[in-house]
Design a protein around this ligand. Structure first.
Ligand code: NAP
Length: 272
């Protein structure tokens, strides 16, 4: 039995050519979970489009993915702007001719008690994490419907249904994305488009570290609250994303796959 954490193991969960000739578009693909997911798709033969606002995130990520053997198109995109999303899809289609897989991973978040959250702060998170997901899904979805094939995986969080004190904007956005996932799974199945979501528990990323657990003490407190006493690795979450996008999940539709070591369960007495 191999007890090494997933991050340290090199074997693939899926066959190496699972996504050969498929174009996978990952929003927020230059950092954190998005980059880990793009790496995994690269290793499974995919051609990649990575999209986010900052060229300084995208270019080093694209160079790394090319070194792994993938064809990569980095596209500077702001998912809050429908026009920018249309340009992203146009650029992807011009380069690769089709988009088979969309991973809606981009998001923004920060801690704020609801009574201190300004309408502007609320709007910025909803614009990225809910409206942005719809703009990308709609624009790529139209193309997928036309071709009769598509796989969409959204990244949500368990506070969509547990509630997330300090993150009312993000919790509300993710709850909206869960509803969007289930609705479109039913609406678009007849077009050959499957829509699912992954729901990661805590994992370490620069974005989360800066905005959600800014001190080592805060991170340690959170770690101790996880039943398995550790954060997820981004590879563990990326495994679930590639699975849901793969042919091995061809009968899985409208699912929200939780990967949180059981953290959202059993929050009663006796648990820290
Ligand atoms: P991250 O590295 O900060 O990822 C966020 C990504 O979104 C960045 O690449 C960022 O790139 C991009 N982005 C932000 N605003 C954008 C915009 N307006 N347009 C386009 N792209 C934009 O954080 P992460 O922790 O890996 O998070 C990835 C996903 O996992 C998110 O959906 C998050 O909600 C979810 N999640 C995280 C955790 C956790 O513990 N970390 C737990 C549950 C769920 P630019 O700055 O270049 O735009």
């Amino acid at each position: 039995m191999n007890d090494k954490p997933r991050e340290l193991r090199s074997e693939r969960m899926l066959p190496h050519d699972t996504f050969r000739d498929k174009c996978v578009l990952v929003t927020g693909g230059g950092t954190g979970l998005g980059l880990a997911t793009a790496r995994q798709f690269a290793d499974l033969g995919a051609r990649l489009v990575i999209a986010s606002r900052k060229r300084e995130h995208l270019e080093p990520a694209a160079a790394e993915l090319r070194e792994r053997g993938a064809e990569v198109l980095p596209v500077v995109t702001d998912v809050r702007r429908p026009g920018s999303v249309s340009e992203m899809v146009e650029a992807a289609l011009e380069r690769f001719g089709s988009i088979e897989v969309l991973i809606n991973n981009a998001a923004g978040n920060f801690l704020a008690p609801a009574e201190e959250l300004s309408p502007g702060g609320w709007k910025v998170v909803i614009d990225i994490a809910l409206n942005g997901v719809f703009y990308c899904t709609r624009e790529v979805g139209l193309h997928m419907i036309e071709r009769g094939y598509g796989r969409i995986v959204n990244v949500v969080a368990t506070y969509a249904w547990t509630g997330g004190p300090g993150t009312v904007h993000s919790a509300a956005a993710k709850a909206g994305v869960v509803a969007m996932t289930r609705t479109l799974a039913v609406e678009w199945a007849r077009h050959g488009v499957r829509v699912n979501a992954v729901c990661p528990g805590l994992f370490d990323s620069q974005g989360a570290r800066e905005r959600l657990w800014p001190s080592a003490e805060a991170q340690e407190r959170l770690r101790r609250s996880v039943p398995l006493q550790r954060f997820a690795s981004t590879r563990e979450v990326a495994d679930a994303i590639t699975y849901l996008a793969s042919p091995y999940a061809d009968y899985v539709n409208g699912e929200v796959l939780v990967i949180d070591a059981g953290m959202h369960l059993g929050r009663g007495l006796g648990r820290s």
